[in-house]
Design a protein around this ligand. Structure first.
Ligand code: GLA
Length: 379
């Protein structure tokens, strides 16, 4: 907090008017289901993005991030907000999204960001950046916007202006998370409910393989699902039960598209089953569903990679580990691992050692707790 204030002062030579924290997220299960109108089951985590901000008297928007010191202060003009192909396009796009929804900032503003979330690791640093900028705008200009709306605006900014066709999960988790709970979100209706996480530990392992969502692979998967949706003539793939999907599978002419759609439909059911398992305290069952999710992402959806497969296979053999799977969009990034508290030490040692033996480097491991969605920090 001190660093945030002094950092703001150093760059902008005054005090910030307001500050906030927007968390990253880890998805426990329900991968690549959100844009198929299905369920996701993420939690916001106690790592994320801090932002301090102040209004300006003119129409200039300025952004500075401790993660990109060499880029310095990046400026935009409120009336002609042209993107510049750099990190600050994310918060700048949120301002464009606000304007597109009729929320006009009355003046320019200065923003200072600080992060303890690894980037490109599938823990939603982009969503946290968007939500933190959104909260700051809301505060600076007294805009009546709910956290759900902030999530929608963040997604809109990313889809429309950044060009990543992501679903709503990441922004929703960052805006709507709850302390010690996971949130089961129906991405079709945006209705949601919380489930207490209980005693199990959530450990994230970073494969160190940088994923690039903007790379065409994510958008390719969406297109493949969209093709099947058209072939089956349904409003959303995840509106189908497994049985309905199986009985209409002969209508899907393309084998790859068939496997993509099968993943989405089966993963949606696994997500609903996982919520039940968690509510009844059945971590063993929850873990089995996580493991099955990984296999499906590896074989049907084809968004895993050798490092993620190695990490999950190693984790699943460690006593006390309930389940392990890749988390987020894939093509690298992190695994999420659910285990008994007592297993954490052995898990950490085993994963570090075996990954280093195989890949010649030690992976970063984060112990996280589920936390509230984005919040104002009292100055
Ligand atoms: C990324 C997207 C989300 C979701 C996941 C895959 O994180 O931003 O909307 O589609 O991938 O589950």
């Amino acid at each position: 907090m001190k660093e945030l204030l002094s950092g703001f002062d150093e760059i902008f030579h005054r005090d910030p008017q307001t500050a906030c924290f927007a968390p990253g997220r880890v998805n426990l299960i329900g991968e690549h289901t959100d844009y198929n109108g299905g369920h996701v089951f993420p939690c916001a985590i106690n790592r994320g993005i801090y932002c301090a901000a102040s209004r300006r008297k003119d129409s200039i928007l300025q952004f500075y991030s401790e993660s990109y010191p060499a880029a310095g202060v990046i400026g935009y003009h409120l009336d002609k907000l042209q993107l510049q192909g750099c990190w600050a396009d994310y918060p700048a796009s949120v301002i464009r999204a606000f304007a597109a929804f009729g929320y006009y900032p009355e003046s320019g503003a200065d923003f200072y960001f600080r992060s303890d979330l690894p980037e490109g690791a599938g823990l939603s640093s982009s969503a946290a950046l968007e939500i933190s900028a959104g909260i700051m705008l809301r505060e600076l200009f007294s805009l009546a916007i709910t956290p759900q709306e902030l999530a929608v605006l963040g997604q809109f900014a990313e889809n429309r202006f950044i060009g990543v066709n992501c679903g709503i999960m990441d922004q929703f988790a960052s805006a709507m998370g709850k302390n010690r709970h996971a949130v089961l979100l129906d991405a079709n209706t945006l209705s949601y409910r919380y489930a207490p996480l209980g005693e199990a530990s959530i450990i994230i392992v970073n494969s160190g393989v940088r994923h690039s969502l903007a790379s065409s692979a994510y958008n390719d998967r969406r297109r493949e699902c969209e093709r099947v949706r058209n072939m089956l003539n349904v409003a959303a793939l995840c509106s189908l039960s497994r049985e309905e999907f199986d009985s209409s599978s002969d209508k899907i002419s393309d084998e790859i598209c068939y496997r993509r759609a099968r993943h989405a439909v089966y993963e949606n059911q696994r997500t609903l089953d996982a919520e039940k398992a968690l509510l009844s305290g059945d971590y063993e069952e929850f873990g089995k569903l996580m493991n099955a999710s990984h296999i499906s992402l590896r074989d049907d959806y084809e968004v895993s990679c050798s490092e993620l497969d190695f990490l999950t296979e190693t984790a699943q053999k460690i006593p006390g580990v309930y389940g392990s799977r890749m988390t987020g969009g894939g093509f690298g990034g992190c695994t999420v691992n659910l285990m008994e508290k007592g297993a954490v030490r052995l898990f950490t040692e085993t994963i570090k050692e075996s990954f280093e033996t195989r890949y010649g480097r030690v992976p970063e491991i984060y112990t996280v707790t589920a936390c509230n969605g984005a919040e104002i920090i009292e100055l």
